[in-house]
Design a protein around this ligand. Structure first.
Ligand code: ADP
Ligand code: MG
Length: 285
């Protein structure tokens, strides 16, 4: 931890892995709240006391230039940050007011309740579309009957906006799909364990405009069932898909902070901070 940027109020949470069974299934969309989250890689502090409420049944967009800590913040929200050996963090993350870093809580439960979709679609390429959707069940030791599996596959592919395109070829490998379809398959896979929050880190940046629009439609349809937090570099996308927005910035090598957050329309139409105005209008970043 670097002494110049941290304070004694920072309590560093040590990475901790608790083996064990998966917890019970989620209970619908939850509000996720970060409280004074700071993060380090070794001595390098990359986030400084970031607080943000990501309301249930809303899409929250995280915007800001590269390197300001958006992905790090997202990984802290589902306990993936602690997988990096040199990583440490301070602060709290509350899922419906329950601290996901609480010592009594299993790490597997946080990852199950708070799913993640990455920039590059990462289905298991040789595994069938059907088995890809169910892959998270095995990892979480969730049992399902044959009929239950069929129903779950259909339900999740429908929610991810992919069902009509793949229903006749569920046994084909996931790797045979187009990039946009693979990303929707990854969304279906995330949904199968019934997360309460879905984190998406630039989910469209490797996709063509048509696939991008398809994913954006999917996000709009999903938000009634799962809280969504999306990192995007595309300002039009942030304006189109999100209800609330947070602008991150790390100026001149200082750790990332949230400069401004609030209602997306207000952030774009009448930002309070000049730096937000410059960024959303494409004057830097
Ligand atoms: P963003 O997603 O906004 O582009 P990141 O969260 O990826 O930003 O990175 C924030 C800072 O943390 C950057 O300075 C980056 O170099 C650093 N960083 C990210 N991941 C690691 C890592 N695994 N090890 C060391 N430093 C890292
Ligand atoms: Mg990133």
């Amino acid at each position: 931890m670097s002494s110049d940027t941290s304070t004694e109020a920072d309590t560093v949470v040590q990475p901790r892995v608790v083996p064990g069974r998966a917890a019970v299934a989620g209970q619908g969309p939850a509000t996720l709240r970060a409280e004074a989250v700071s993060a380090w890689f070794g001595d390098h502090k990359v986030l400084d006391r970031v607080s943000l409420t990501m309301p249930a049944r809303r899409v929250t967009a995280l915007i800001g230039p590269s390197g300001c800590g958006k992905s790090t913040f997202l990984r802290i929200l589902n306990r993936m940050h602690e997988l990096v050996g040199s990583a440490s963090l301070a602060g709290r993350v509350l899922l419906d007011e329950q601290d996901i870093y609480d010592r009594g809580r299993r790490i597997t439960r946080a990852r199950r309740e708070i799913g993640m979709v990455f920039q590059k679609p990462n289905p298991f390429p040789a595994m069938s579309i059907y088995d890809n959707v169910l892959a998270g069940l095995k990892l979480n030791a969730i049992k399902a009957t044959r009929d239950g599996k069929d129903d779950l596959v259909a339900e999740c592919l429908t929610k991810a906006g992919l069902w009509s395109e793949v229903k006749d070829r569920l046994r084909q490998p996931g790797g045979a799909l187009s990039g946009g379809q693979q990303q929707r398959l990854c969304i279906a896979r995330s949904l199968a364990v019934r997360p309460r929050v879905l984190l998406m880190d630039e989910p469209c940046s490797a996709l063509d405009p048509t696939s991008t629009r398809r994913i954006e439609e999917t996000i709009a349809e999903l938000k009634s069932e799962v809280t969504i937090v999306i990192v995007t570099h595309n300002m039009q996308q942030a304006a189109r898909v999100s209800d609330t927005c947070a602008f991150f910035l790390a100026s001149h090598g200082t750790p990332g902070v949230i400069v401004e957050h609030g209602d997306t329309d207000a952030m774009f139409d009448s930002p309070q901070d000049e730096r937000t105005s410059d960024y959303v209008n494409g004057r830097f970043g």
